[in-house]
Design a protein. Structure first.
Length: 113
């Protein structure tokens, strides 16, 4: 094991020859099927007072999140992005997104915001 192993957690320096380090486990979430997703739609204001619809609660890989974001952006005909586990869609598209997600068998609901 190299001295610069960044995955070590709770490092303890020991004289015990049988001591082994604890390593962080990679958090690679498998994507849940749409019926098990619990998505929430928020209306947020970002810089300049622009409205965006934020979809949070997605459990899955970054690629699947990006694919869902791309599909929703195309169906709404607007821009947006996916990062930090959230999908941001330009404008107040909560009703349209709720309809699209429900038809795709996602559990989704409007939340405050």
């Amino acid at each position: 094991m190299s001295k610069k192993d960044k995955t070590r957690v709770n490092v303890v320096y020991s004289t015990n020859p049988n001591f082994s380090y604890e390593n962080e486990e990679e958090t690679n979430h498998d994507t849940l099927p749409p019926q098990q997703q619990n998505l929430k739609l928020f209306l947020d204001r970002i810089g300049g007072g622009k409205l965006v619809t934020r979809i949070s609660g997605f459990v899955g890989t970054e690629n699947d999140l990006n694919d869902l974001a791309k599909t929703l952006k195309q169906k709404c005909g607007v821009g947006g992005n996916a990062k930090d586990g959230n999908i941001l869609i330009q404008g107040d598209n909560r009703d349209k997104l709720l309809d699209l997600l429900t038809k795709a068998n996602y559990k989704a609901k409007k939340a405050g915001g």
